[in-house]
Design a protein. Structure first.
Length: 317
């Protein structure tokens, strides 16, 4: 991450020296590139006129908390003594037991499996379209992201669940069942030097302080870099009083960075129009749970509707 930020900025300086200073400069990136984009515009605030991070890790370290939360909760719900970090036999012995208990290997979820599905939904962005399909598509992969080393090249453990909330329903008031689950999940605290609050650490923090227009895209069903990353970013931007510089768009797709050329082209055209003509484009109300949970949420900026989307058959009818 740190090197990606430094190298991308160096590329711009190289271009300026060899060719000319451009009239405007935009930065665009997918996934880790989205994280790099978010850091670049904060570290070099006067260099970039607009930014479009897509499927980005905009919640920075919170991504690793999500991976740990999913796996710790899976162990508890399966009746297995939770272990952090992952033991050496996690993939070969622990995960098969979890899948059998949950019904994940057959697709016929047990009561524990349904609880895990609900928990994952609320950890990754709340009630939203396509989540059932997303869970069945991604749950196997999420087990592979639980590691014996959660340092990711930083000085110590980077994962932290001290502020995690383990919800099983939409009621913000925790039930006895939810409190019992939280009590059984061990508290994991990040090592002090693993998470630097400012500057270019190994995994730089995004503060959400904006100085130029930013338009983001994220698929609703992505569980590798979940939709919650965009919500965390929007919350940080709002806390800084910069929401007027952010437009967030949801795309009805399940894959990681599963955007079409039409979706990306429209987004970039709207971003440049915003920068050059001051016309702020439309976005989605991604922080409003009632809006996000609507069956047709995300349809406005999805082009075309995916073949697996229930809305496709409704549209054809």
């Amino acid at each position: 991450m740190k090197q990606g930020v430094v190298d991308t900025h160096a590329l711009g300086k190289f271009f300026n020296g060899k060719i000319a200073n451009p009239k405007r400069t935009y930065v665009v990136g997918h996934s880790m590139g989205g994280h790099i984009t978010g850091v670049l515009i904060e570290q070099y605030r006067d260099v970039y006129d607009g930014a479009m991070p897509m499927c980005g890790v905009m919640g920075d370290n919170e991504l690793f908390d999500f991976f740990a939360d999913f796996n710790l909760a899976s162990q508890v719900l399966a009746g297995i003594e939770p272990q952090f970090p992952a033991p050496d036999n996690y993939q070969t012995h622990v995960v098969p037991k979890i899948k059998q208990t949950m019904g994940l290997n057959t697709g016929l979820l047990t009561a524990e499996g349904e609880m895990l599905q609900d928990l994952t939904m609320y950890l990754s962005g709340g009630e939203r379209p396509l989540f059932d399909l997303a869970f069945s598509s991604w749950n196997n992969f999420l087990f592979t992201l639980y590691r014996s080393d959660f340092s990711y090249g930083t000085p110590g453990n980077i994962s932290d669940n001290t502020d995690s909330v383990y919800q099983l329903d939409s009621n913000s008031e925790l039930s006895v069942e939810e409190m019992d689950l939280a009590e059984k999940i061990p508290e994991i605290t990040a090592d002090p030097q693993a998470r630097n609050k400012n500057g270019l650490s190994k995994i730089p923090r995004i503060s959400g302080e904006l100085h130029q227009p930013v338009l983001t895209l994220h698929t609703l069903g992505d569980l590798f870099v979940p939709f919650s990353m965009e919500q965390l970013y929007a919350e940080k931007v709002a806390a800084n009083g910069d929401s007027d510089l952010l437009v967030s768009r949801a795309v009805r797709a399940v894959g990681h960075c599963e955007f079409t050329p039409e979706e990306e082209t429209e987004g970039f055209a709207d971003l440049t129009d915003w920068v050059e003509n001051g016309i702020k484009p439309e976005g989605d109300a991604i922080l409003d749970p009632e809006v996000v949970s609507q069956d047709d949420f995300g349809i406005k900026f999805t082009n075309p509707i995916r073949m697996y989307d229930p809305l496709l058959s409704l549209k054809e009818e």
